[in-house]
Design a protein around this ligand. Sequence first.
Ligand SMILES: CC(C)=CCC/C(C)=C/CC/C(C)=C/C=C/C(C)=C/C=C/C=C(C)/C=C/C=C(C)/C=C/C=C(C)/C=C/CC(C)(C)O
Ligand code: SAM
Length: 391
Amino acid sequence: MHSVSPPPPGLAPPTPHWSDTPLAWRDRLLASPRFRRWAQSFPLTRWVARRRATAVFDLVAGFVYSQVLLACVQLRLFDLLLAEGPQTPHALAARGKLPLASTERLLRAAVALQLLEARAHGRFGLGPLGAPLAADAGLAAMIEHHTALYRDLAQPLTLLRGDASAAPAGAGLSRYWPYAGTDAPDTLPPGQLLAYSELMAASQPLVADQVLQAYSLQDHRRLLDVGGGTGAFACRAAYVAPHLSVQVFDLPGVAALARQRFEQAGLSARCSAEGGDFFEDPLPPGADLVTLLRVVHDHDDARVLRLLRAVRLALVPGGTLLLAEPFADTPGAERMGDAYFGMYLLAMGRGEPRSEARLRALLLAAGFEKVQRLPTALPLQASALLAKTPT
Ligand SMILES: CC(C)=CCC/C(C)=C/CC/C(C)=C/C=C/C(C)=C/C=C/C=C(C)/C=C/C=C(C)/C=C/C=C(C)/C=C/CC(C)(C)O
Ligand SMILES: C[S@@+](CC[C@H](N)C(=O)[O-])C[C@H]1O[C@@H](n2cnc3c(N)ncnc32)[C@H](O)[C@@H]1O
């Protein structure tokens, strides 16, 4: 049994507020086993008690659910069931090189999580939560790279205390995202940029779908995608707006990969890439639209201000900045912001998810004006802000 430690000597007790008393009463009630026993058997409160118990159980068991999902993804189960239809456990055991009994256990777990569904003749097919994951290489890559995140989270207090020496040797997210741990990211060897760049390219459609559904590129002629990775978004933009010239700015090794992508896509005439450090080097001038997609949340406020000022200088007067990433205060997706990205970016070693209000304040401080929210269809995947440079 854990006991609550007394406050350290010399620490002033927190200032009370009038709302503390009713909330303390509520907390004591909910914490009381007697009240819980009563509430779960009283007909009018039973459904709330069951719902709460399930919600708490889901928090307790979340890691187990995630690992069931990971096993399905590693076996490419969703892709297989989409391509070939429902399968028997025997067939799936043979395909996955697993014992039949373990296959059946995994299949039953996945059914309970609605990832799969039991179908006629003892076969298993896709369930309502597994079907959207089928044939989505971006989501599969995201799920698979969580093995690095879970290594960091295995000892959450070690992570929260910032005790790097206690972390497992270089296996976690800080190694996966090496630019987050150095002040000279432009000197990183290309081999260290590859894994995260592939993940970003594979998952870029999650963001591009949101941005391009919400914002038309038709009125722009020159787009600069800052931190644009290996050019996955640039290619989509060039495809949907055939009049647009597109440039990516990213670390030298990543920009080289973007150039390769443009060549392979036959887009080199309209798409180019420049390498550098966006905190130190000037950004290529003359764009009338700059995009910052999943870039700002990687960095602290001081660095973000520096980057936003550099973007303002690179844009033409009256130019547009489109910033898209998951926001911290997304209604209905609060867990994604402060719980998932909060802990994720802590493990990565730099950055934090920000609310719309904090991003607005940073944009205004960097000299942007007319900041407005751009509604996206699925804010869980990306929210967006538009801002203008003065004319
Ligand atoms: C009548 C019928 C058939 C149906 C009617 C009911 C109906 C309308 C059902 C809807 C069915 C439907 C269309 C479902 C759609 C589901 C979707 C779109 C699911 C999408 C899920 C997206 C997920 C889970 C996204 C996850 C994203 C993650 C984990 C992203 C992580 C990003 C990271 C780690 C980024 C790192 C970059 C860094 C370092 C932070 O900068
Ligand atoms: C999280 S990724 C996002 C990539 C892309 N925008 C996307 O959404 O797929 C962040 C990108 O910023 C780049 N980056 C990080 N620090 C940088 C720096 N100091 N200068 C230039 N690029 C940098 C990384 O190489 C990476 O491609």
